[in-house]
Design a protein around this ligand. Structure first.
Ligand SMILES: NC(=O)c1ccc[n+]([C@@H]2O[C@H](COP(=O)([O-])OP(=O)(O)OC[C@H]3O[C@@H](n4cnc5c(N)ncnc54)[C@H](O)[C@@H]3O)[C@@H](O)[C@H]2O)c1
Length: 306
């Protein structure tokens, strides 16, 4: 009798789970065609790493214009100061902190200072990154370690430092910069690709952990960004065969797309967004060896540089 009740309970639970899976799938498909309205981020304290240059700076300027209180973090004081000045000159609110985000103690110290001097952070943008480019046997040990430290480990330090207050208030949004190199493996970028695939793994695992811990009640959102080549100087030696069809993205355009995706609570986007479908096709629908042949034809990537 007890066994029969157990089986019936299990079957009912399975049916209920399948119904919920089905509805969630339909909701997600609907959201592809009818995205959420962009959310209001006025007054939200937004911390951005690598805010002194490139996409970090462009995002900081846009967050400032949208009324967020921007906390700019960079290892480079000059660039960071410039970003803060532009935000303030445009009437926005910004604060600057110099910090090497690979240093865990410095990141925790930063979190304490920001809490005391600015307030509780509700939007974290893990953006700082570096991209050396060499065939794998020429990557030195310090280069491999620093690429992992900046692109991956620092994301974990920032999450550990800023997630607790988001969890206490059940309010927040974490944005992470992965890359097209986090969806497809590229020549000369073996360690870099490793870090960018890993960033996607960190984001997915963290979102799943919060979902399970809270019984699906967590309101903290996650957005992972996978840009194609963006004209910031990070890609020092780009190789693009079809230059008219696959132009580099301008950093301001990338920032517009990133902030739009974040404000609409989109989970993962490519920049430009149309690459999403081709990468899904090459990633899941054709064999890896066939995708390699196609990638050789498209021939977009980066040449080696120091
Ligand atoms: N530019 C591209 O083509 C491209 C493509 C895909 C993904 N991405 C990713 O987007 C992010 C931003 O790229 P970008 O091109 O704007 O970079 P960028 O080089 O223009 O700016 C990076 C900023 O990060 C800062 N930074 C580096 N190490 C740091 C550290 N240890 N602590 C604090 N700050 C540090 C730098 O000082 C710089 O201001 C990176 O994570 C990058 O990997 C870039």
């Amino acid at each position: 009798m007890a066994d029969a009740i157990e089986v019936i309970t299990l079957v009912l639970e399975l049916i209920w789970t399948l119904i919920r899976v089905h509805f969630e799938n339909i909701r997600c498909i609907y959201r592809v065609f009818v995205p959420n309205e962009p959310k209001d981020i006025r007054g939200e304290i937004t911390i951005i790493t690598g805010a002194g240059h490139g996409m970090g700076r462009e995002m900081a300027l846009r967050f400032g214009k949208l009324g967020a209180v921007v906390v700019c973090v960079d290892i480079n004081p000059k660039g960071n100061e410039e970003t803060v000045k532009i935000i303030k000159d445009n009437g926005g609110k910004a604060h600057r902190y110099e910090c090497d985000v690979t240093d865990r103690a410095a990141v925790f110290n930063l979190a304490e200072k920001v809490k005391k001097e600015v307030g509780e952070v509700s939007i974290l943008v893990n953006n700082a990154g570096i991209m050396p480019s060499q065939p794998i046997l020429q990557w030195t040990e310090p280069k491999i370690k620093s690429t992992i430290d900046v692109n991956l480990t620092a994301n974990l330090w920032m999450i550990q430092a800023f997630l607790p207050s988001m969890k206490e208030r059940n309010h927040g949004h974490i944005v992470a910069m992965s890359s097209m190199a986090g969806l497809i493996g590229f020549k000369n970028l073996v360690p870099y690709c490793g870090t960018k695939f890993a960033v996607r793994g960190v984001m997915q695992a963290l979102e799943n952990e919060l979902y399970e811990e809270s019984n699906g009640k967590s309101k903290i959102k996650f957005t992972t960004i996978c840009p194609y080549m963006v004209n910031t100087g990070l890609c020092k030696n780009p190789r693009i065969r079809f230059k008219d069809q696959m132009k580099m993205v301008e950093p301001g355009d990338a920032a517009d797309q990133i902030i739009d995706a974040m404000r609409r609570d989109i989970n993962e986007v490519t920049v430009p967004s149309n690459l999403h479908y081709s990468t899904r096709f090459f990633g899941y629908l054709i064999a890896p060896s066939a995708a390699r042949i196609m990638n050789s034809f498209v021939d977009a990537g980066v040449e080696a540089h120091d």
